[in-house]
Design a protein around this ligand. Structure first.
Ligand SMILES: [Zn+2]
Length: 292
């Protein structure tokens, strides 16, 4: 071997080391930013990522870091989430800093293996816990966008009030505002949306019982009734006091721990007539004559 060959081998070796360092640097940057920051993830989210066998794509946008197994799902959830968040902040104004939301788009197999058994608050095909949202990737893109809008409202409520909001109010807000946001997104995208509630309207429960619900009913008719009742009541309240004042109501009930009716009576001057109207509107919402 002549000196020429030696120096060529040397160049190849140096180039190899440089290439290796560049790849490692790139990997480090990805891990430090959108791709990882694994120290910011809950153990549960880490488990989900690990069970995805490494084929996750990740993208970071203004308010969210999204994870999905393919690029079209990734773009779809990211667009739906940013749209929903901007609307949620209009309905529920206040500080927007802090941890970005993390959204994991999970296929049905993974859902069955990991998430179905999760000991967390669940909305059937989605789970939200603090800044993490897990959404089952099934049905149409429009279906997934509805789930995301609902969960993004939960995320927004958590961002403003932590876990202090009563369950009926948290769920009612996600149901009412989440659906309105999904409707607005539908108009933008030119989609069809349909709501798949059971055939029969749920019983018009007395409100006191609804207010006392501290835990989510097990999936089934009871849970569906709870979702619909919560949403019907929050929608009735929003229509009466105005959507723009809804966040004052939430703050009053949550921060000042006023009872919901005391709040309406004292701050909004609700009379017996108003409470009667509210009860009737709640019933109208439940029995299917909602959404003019
Ligand atoms: Zn919910």
């Amino acid at each position: 071997m002549g000196p020429y060959l030696n120096s060529k081998r040397h160049v190849v070796a140096v180039a190899g080391i440089v290439a290796f360092l560049v790849v490692m640097l790139g990997l480090w940057i990805v891990l430090r930013t959108g791709g990882g920051a694994a120290d910011d993830l809950s153990p549960f989210a880490r488990k989900v990522l690990k069970m995805g066998r490494g084929d996750w794509l990740c993208a970071e946008s203004r308010h969210f870091i999204c994870y999905a197994s393919d690029a079209s799902h990734l773009a779809a959830i990211q667009n739906a989430a940013e749209f929903a968040y901007a609307r949620a902040v209009e309905f529920l104004p206040g500080a927007t800093g802090g941890r970005k939301g993390r959204i994991f788009s999970v296929d049905e197999e993974m859902w069955a293996r990991v998430l179905r058994k999760a000991d967390r608050r669940r909305d059937g095909l989605a789970i939200q816990s603090e800044n993490e949202i897990f959404v089952m990737q099934s049905g149409s893109t429009a279906d997934v966008a509805v789930r995301i809008a609902h969960e993004v409202v939960h995320y927004r409520v958590w961002q403003l009030w932590g876990s202090l909001v009563p369950v009926w109010l948290d769920e009612g807000l996600a149901g009412c505002l989440g659906w309105d946001i999904a409707e607005a997104y539908r108009l933008k995208m030119g989609w069809q949306l349909s709501r798949r509630w059971g055939d029969a309207p749920p019983p018009v429960s007395d409100l006191a019982k609804l207010m006392k619900t501290a835990d989510y009913p097990a999936p089934g008719p009871e849970a569906e009734a709870f979702y619909r009742q919560s949403e019907a009541l929050v929608r009735a309240i929003a229509r009466n006091i105005g959507y723009g004042k809804l966040h004052h109501f939430v703050a009053g009930v949550t921060e000042e721990t006023l009872s919901w009716d005391a709040y309406l009576r004292d701050r909004f001057g609700f009379s017996e007539y108003d409470f009667r109207w509210l009860a009737e509107e709640y019933e109208r919402n439940l029995t299917g004559k909602e959404d003019d």
